[in-house]
Write a protein that binds this ligand. Structure first.
Ligand code: AMP
Length: 176
């Protein structure tokens, strides 16, 4: 079987010129690729108590849902501003131009719960940092952030490690 990295499609200049979009749909549509991805995203944490998975909109929902099911634990969505229906806590984060905000339901994470954050890719780390702040604001313990892809040149891993969070990834690509 091809490795996980080889199953990820690269789309140049999407969604705008200069960006190499790492498209994981080609990995997820492959039954063995999807299963291997889910297994490897949690394998390093075997033996660690995890109470909930937090998935970041939108591809983090696909992976986070599968991982939560695999671990028989609950799933919590972190969504873009205005999407969650109940009372929320908001955390702004920096975009290339301007700011946006991620939100979590106020009753989604309880004090001292061990939380694993999941998304498909870490670039600058801004989105994951917002998720970490939301969980910590509810006194949850972020025990790790798990991604399929790391783009190390964009510094996201270092940013999260500076916050004291363990970062897991299955593969890396050069550039943006
Ligand atoms: P960041 O907050 O800069 O770490 O960006 C991470 C978020 O943006 C993730 O939810 C990714 O899905 C998405 N993203 C950023 N860069 C790319 C890329 N080159 N290919 C695919 N998704 C990306």
């Amino acid at each position: 079987m091809q490795g996980i990295k080889e199953k990820i499609r690269a789309i140049p200049d999407y969604p705008k010129p200069g960006i190499m979009f790492r498209d994981i749909t080609t990995l997820l549509q492959d039954a063995r690729g999807f299963r291997k991805t889910v297994d490897e995203m949690v394998q390093p944490l075997a033996g660690t108590r995890i109470d909930k998975v937090v998935g970041i909109e939108a591809r983090g929902f696909i992976l986070g849902g599968a991982i939560a099911h695999q671990l028989s634990i609950g799933f919590v969505p972190v969504r873009k501003r205005g999407k969650l229906p109940w009372k929320t806590r908001s955390q702004e984060y920096q975009l290339e131009y301007g700011t946006d905000a991620m939100e979590i339901h106020v009753d989604a994470v309880q004090p001292n719960e061990n939380i694993l954050i999941v998304d498909d890719l870490i670039a600058t780390g801004g989105t994951a940092e917002a998720a970490i702040k939301l969980i910590r604001a509810h006194q949850g313990n972020v025990i790790g952030c798990s991604f399929i892809v790391d783009l190390p040149e964009l510094g996201g891993r270092k940013k999260l490690e500076a916050l004291g969070v363990q970062v897991l990834s299955l593969c890396e690509f050069d550039g943006h």
